[in-house]
Design a protein around this ligand. Structure first.
Ligand SMILES: Nc1ncnc2c1ncn2[C@@H]1O[C@H](COP(=O)(O)OP(=O)(O)O)[C@@H](O)[C@H]1O
Ligand SMILES: [Mg+2]
Length: 332
């Protein structure tokens, strides 16, 4: 049967008397039917949806702590704990070494063929852990993954989640995972170490331990089909128990020679002088992150625009790079 995973989700929604979940997945089913050419069936599903009592959905959402515009909010502050976006491939610049890219493509295929893999008893949970230094493009990669799958990206900043009162964190987590289960989306736990590294922290160990346990329980309760991404700067802080729950684990390395070349070109774009010593920049920028290259390019472009020039000053770019290298050096 085609679209079995959507049908199962709709069934889950109905059995749990969760109109929102059933309606969201019925919407997705209609989209998929339409994409596969079954327009008549898609229309039938949508007609049913249009007749659904909308009031029921919003009352239920209210009870579950889902606010009017459908985002889980922090119980105390009423702040949004989740950011929803719809990334589009064409405005995401991402350069990856080919080994990493092919691993990400494997993850994407595994997600796309999840139903068939389940049927063959060969499925892995749709869970990807990205780890690497800050500024290596982990958040960017998560946006790209969502764009490739054509799904909403639901980003939870775990550092914010933790700081918004420890006592509330477990409840907040439950809401976020509930929301993710009910909406076709990619759930990203960003700055994941804030949660997952909790056990090694100096702060109230008991309370933090409860947060880690709550996190593990939420991950375990999640159906394998829900797409869960986590990004962390400190893989060494991650609890091994958390680490094991991700079937795909991908390191985000510092950009290699080829990636640095692409990044300098991409970020300088038309502001690159024709005589630019690109090889020199690529060689000199070994060991810096993509974020640093982007920053140098933006700063240099800004200086050019303000000075009324149509190209960046090459010496200025090298000077800024030198400053950044000195800063990085001093931090080590
Ligand atoms: N490999 C890369 N390809 C494209 N852009 C990159 C890359 N690495 C870093 N960047 C740039 O650096 C910025 C920060 O990246 P981000 O994804 O936030 O890093 P992280 O989440 O790993 O800290 C992004 O705006 C992105 O444009
Ligand atoms: Mg990030």
């Amino acid at each position: 049967m085609d679209h079995l995973s959507e049908v199962l989700k709709i069934l889950d929604g109905a059995l749990r008397a969760n109109a929102s979940m059933a309606a969201n997945y019925a919407g997705l089913l209609a989209d998929k039917l339409e994409q596969s050419g079954n327009r008549q069936q898609a229309r039938q599903v949508r007609e049913r949806l249009a007749r659904a009592p909308g009031a029921l959905v919003s009352v239920q959402d209210g009870e579950r702590g889902i606010s009017l515009n459908n985002l889980p909010v922090d119980g105390e502050s009423r702040l949004h704990t989740v950011d929803v976006s719809q990334p589009a491939s064409h405005d995401i610049c991402l350069e990856l070494p080919s080994a990493i890219e092919s691993r990400i493509q494997e993850f994407l295929s595994s997600v796309r063929h999840h139903d068939a893999l389940v049927a063959a008893n060969a499925a892995l949970p749709n869970r990807l852990l990205l780890y690497g230094l800050p500024g290596t493009g982990k958040t960017q990669l998560a946006r790209w993954v969502a764009a490739q799958l054509g799904l909403q990206l639901l980003t939870v900043r775990c550092d914010t989640l933790v700081s918004s009162l420890l006592g509330q964190t477990s409840r907040n987590l439950r809401r976020v995972f509930d929301y993710a289960e009910q909406h076709p989306c990619v759930l990203l736990l960003d700055e994941f170490d804030a949660l997952a590294g909790a056990r090694g922290n100096e702060r109230d160990v008991g309370e933090l331990q409860r947060v880690v346990i709550a996190l593990l329980q939420n991950i375990d309760a999640l159906p394998d089909s829900t797409i869960l991404l986590a990004a962390t700067n400190h893989d060494q802080l991650l609890d091994p128990a958390v680490w094991r729950r991700f079937s795909f684990r991908v390191p985000m390395p510092l950009p290699d020679h080829g990636v640095r070349r692409a990044l300098w070109k991409q970020f300088l774009a038309s502001y690159a002088p024709a005589t630019l010593d690109l090889d020199g920049l690529v060689a000199r920028s070994e060991g810096v992150t993509g974020a640093v290259i982007e920053q140098i390019c933006l700063d240099s472009k800004r200086a050019a625009v303000i000075a009324g020039h149509s190209e960046v000053d090459e010496h200025e770019v090298f000077r800024r790079l030198g400053l950044m290298l000195a800063l990085i050096e001093r931090c080590h």
